[in-house]
Design a protein around this ligand. Structure first.
Ligand code: IPM
Ligand code: MG
Length: 368
């Protein structure tokens, strides 16, 4: 069956890493077809808006979106809805992509690249589940003068019970496919929204007696992640905390260049529409030079195969090929200071390994 994937490459390193991921997915799954559409600063330049209607139409007619990155210089003073980032926020809201899965796994052979000591990182395998359509990102915002004449900016942190409940369920369902541990992260000692968060996550946990739950305040969670990252299995948290902790967890693995993500609108086991993107962003300092690590984009394509195309086998093959290519090298410049591979060369190395047998031992597999 032909399966159509919308390719929204965007800005910065987005186009080059997405092109690499398309090559790999096409090699692994020739029945896939790809339709490109503009987003972000590129779309502002060509269409005057970060998320053109035609891009939304392409996305609606596809099984999934393979997304690159959005952002660019020159928008610092633009209102949020005119910035390139409005494209990704608009896609998350339009498609109700409330569940953002961000695996952070230390690949074998890369431990020495971690800013932590290798023995702290070896075997790290956690999955951050970030709530993606609520909280500060989507609450009402304003910039106005108050009665005393002070220029006043407001962002509103809102969570409704059902929004917390569905992301908690997602995390517990995911934990059942892993090591059956959920750490819920909040700031319940200060925030009302976090008090509700903690109460609802605790309620949902009663339906999952086989999964262990603990709660951490976000400042402590940031500390525990660098103290002992292997402690964590599934971390579930609200939108803003998840944005921050997922970058921290990715860097602990040695590079943010191998950190993929899936943004979904249903449970982890249900095959459905999703958006798949590296968590790293545009990396403007290295854009356009064919040196960015396409690992995150390629691993995002694997998640696309798993969650939107329902092809777990292709997902495993891609993930295993990336793990092998990373272990054996050559690696891109974020991981190799002396003789780095180009973006394209790394993608070719992954494609060359797509045929290697995937170990049947689940412990040797990667992914989620
Ligand atoms: C991410 C990014 C986005 C976010 C930006 C580009 C709006 O940092 O996906 O982590 O904050 O969600
Ligand atoms: Mg981020």
């Amino acid at each position: 069956m032909t399966q159509r994937v919308a390719v929204l490459a965007g800005d910065g390193i987005g186009p080059e890493v997405t092109a690499a991921a398309v090559r790999v997915l096409h090699a692994a799954l020739p029945a896939c077809t790809f339709v490109a559409a503009p987003v972000g600063a590129a779309a502002i330049a060509s269409h005057g808006t970060p998320l053109p209607d035609e891009t939304l139409a392409v996305a609606r007619a596809s099984a999934a979106i393979l997304f690159g990155a959005v952002g660019g210089p020159g928008f610092d003073d633009a209102p949020p809805e005119r910035r390139p980032e409005a494209a990704i926020l608009g896609l998350r809201a339009t498609f109700g992509l409330y569940a953002n899965l961000r695996p952070a796994r230390a690949f074998a052979g890369l431990e020495h690249r971690s800013p932590l000591r290798p023995e702290l990182v070896r075997g790290m395998d956690c999955a951050i589940v970030r709530e993606l359509t609520g909280g500060l990102y989507f609450g009402p915002k304003s910039l106005e003068r108050d009665a005393a004449g002070a220029l006043t900016a407001t962002d509103t942190l809102i969570y409704r019970d059902f929004e917390i409940e569905r992301i908690a369920r997602f995390a517990f369902d995911l934990a059942r496919t892993r090591r059956r541990r959920v750490t819920s992260v909040d700031k319940a000692n200060v925030l009302m929204s976090s008090q509700l968060w903690r109460r609802i996550v605790t309620d949902v946990a009663r339906e999952y007696p086989d999964v262990a739950l603990d709660h951490l305040l976000v400042d402590n969670a940031a500390m525990q992640l660098v103290r002992d990252p292997r402690e964590f299995d599934v971390i579930v948290t609200e939108n803003m905390f998840g944005d921050i902790l997922s970058d921290e967890a990715a860097m602990i693995t040695g590079t943010i260049g191998t950190a993929p993500s899936a943004s979904l609108n249903g449970p982890p086991g249900a095959r459905g529409f999703g958006l798949y993107e590296p968590i790293s962003g545009t990396a403007p300092d290295i854009a356009g030079r064919n040196i960015a690590n396409p690992g995150a984009a390629i691993l995002s394509a694997a998640l696309l195969a798993r969650f939107s195309l329902g092809d777990d086998d292709v997902a495993w093959r891609i993930e295993h090929a990336v793990a092998e290519a990373l272990a054996l090298g050559p690696r891109t410049a974020d991981l190799d200071d002396t003789n780095p591979a180009s973006t394209e060369a790394f993608a070719s190395a992954v494609i060359a390994r797509l045929g290697s047998p995937v170990p049947s031992d689940a412990a040797l597999r990667c992914g989620v």
